[in-house]
Design a protein around this ligand. Structure first.
Ligand SMILES: *Cc1c(COP(=O)(O)O)cnc(C)c1O
Length: 389
């Protein structure tokens, strides 16, 4: 999407633009849903040029571009790229760095990316320091002027929903010449727009709330500036073949049409559940950024607008066994990993992260969907009672 596209969208809200996927139609039939472009290769013109701008299916694709335009609109980005997964998007940012570069990332973050940074990224000569990114002094102390090229944040972060102050850390990162990238999967662009707060790149596992129906694996990056670094990331995507397929891009566009509705509903439900379980006899602690008791609440109130997201965790009284027994006793909640779908999920997080996880053993991670919040409360309430009986 070009700057002039964005200006022409100016009178309409993001919710409106997203509902209509930027108003694009099929130019041939005038269908209100554009077709899925499946071609892997394109005709070269008689004058030996590729006037359409399309050459081959690995660099990109028209349906992919349409998904990217909707996401760029949501994030007020100069450009967006969609990838074959959230991990492909995140690792492509790191692979655009050079050997010897240094990254600062959170101690507690999405487990698979944390492992990849510590094993694979370091194997390619990238130095990685993990710090508590809720602690500005710790972030500052970890920065190595001239060497730190990337600060990675995840906020709110798995599975404690800790907050990092994007604006403050952007200033720290820029002060030493580093870029700031933010995994904003949990906040979604409905509630937080990291580029507005000073980040250079925002990343989403579009597998989660952006698609929202637990039927697509996809990742997204969006940038403040289409600079040389962005071109390097595009080269990584092209060379590794990490672009999203057109069918998945189509489904992602369809999911994005209802993003605002789904995310606001799920977030209101998460807030209701957080309040109600805070006083539950079977629950030791509820972790939700919207609760005043949450350590990140002040930052959340500052940088999340309109809601605190659809994710919360509960720490079950009685420890790990009671926690696993609670998850075993639900009937409506789905016992599954992942998040951000229309169906509510419950997960004993330490079991999936495995040995070495910093996740508390009594923690259940909850992803609120769009079901009736009273039903969700009733089911988890009976499961907690069953586990404690
Ligand atoms: C799921 C997730 C990822 C990874 O996304 P995939 O699509 O599974 O590769 C990264 N960050 C967060 C916060 C996630 O929830």
């Amino acid at each position: 999407m070009t700057a002039s596209d964005r200006r022409s969208n100016a009178p309409w809200s993001k919710r409106t633009l997203s509902a209509q996927a930027l108003g694009r139609i099929d130019p041939i039939t005038k269908g209100v849903v554009p077709p899925i472009h499946v071609a892997t290769t394109y005709i070269r013109d008689p004058d030996n040029q590729y006037s359409s701008g399309f050459v081959y299916g690995r660099p990109d694709n028209e349906t992919v571009r349409e998904a990217e335009a909707v996401i760029a609109m949501w994030e007020d980005a100069e450009a967006a790229m969609v990838f074959s997964s959230g991990m492909a998007a995140a690792t492509s940012v790191v692979m655009a760095l050079s050997p010897g570069d240094h990254i600062v990332a959170p101690t507690v973050m999405y487990w698979a990316l944390r492992n990849w940074l510590l094993t694979e990224a370091t194997r390619w000569g990238i130095a990685v320091d993990l710090v508590d990114t809720a602690d500005l002094a710790a972030v500052k102390a970890a920065l190595r002027p001239g060497r730190t090229k990337l600060v990675w944040l995840e906020t709110p972060s798995n599975p404690l929903w800790s907050l990092a102050d994007i604006a403050a850390i952007a200033e720290l990162a820029h002060g030493v010449g580093a870029r700031l990238a933010v995994d904003s999967t949990v906040a979604t662009p409905v509630f937080t727009r990291p580029l507005e707060l000073g980040a250079d790149i925002v990343m989403h596992a579009a597998t989660k709330a952006l698609n929202g129906h637990s039927d697509v694996v996809a990742g997204v990056l969006a940038c403040k500036l289409q600079d040389d670094f962005w071109s390097k990331i595009a080269a990584v995507r092209k060379n590794l073949g990490a672009v999203l397929g057109p069918f998945e891009a189509f489904l992602l566009i369809r999911g994005l049409r209802t993003l605002d509705l789904r995310v606001r509903t799920a977030s209101a439900t998460a807030a209701t559940l957080a309040e109600r379980f805070s006083t539950h006899a079977g629950v030791a602690q509820v972790l939700y950024p919207g609760l005043k008791s949450h350590p990140g609440h002040d930052i959340a109130a500052k940088q999340m607008q309109g809601g605190f997201g659809h994710m919360l965790s509960i720490r079950v009284k009685g420890g790990e066994a009671a926690s696993i027994a609670t998850a075993a006793a639900v009937t409506l909640w789905k016992r599954a990993t992942s998040l951000g779908g229309v169906e509510s999920l419950i997960e004993h997080r330490a079991s999936i992260e495995g040995p070495g996880t910093p996740c508390p053993p009594d923690l259940l991670r909850l992803s609120a969907g769009i079901e009736d919040p009273d039903d969700l409360f009733a089911d988890l309430d009976q499961a907690l009672r069953a586990a404690h009986s």
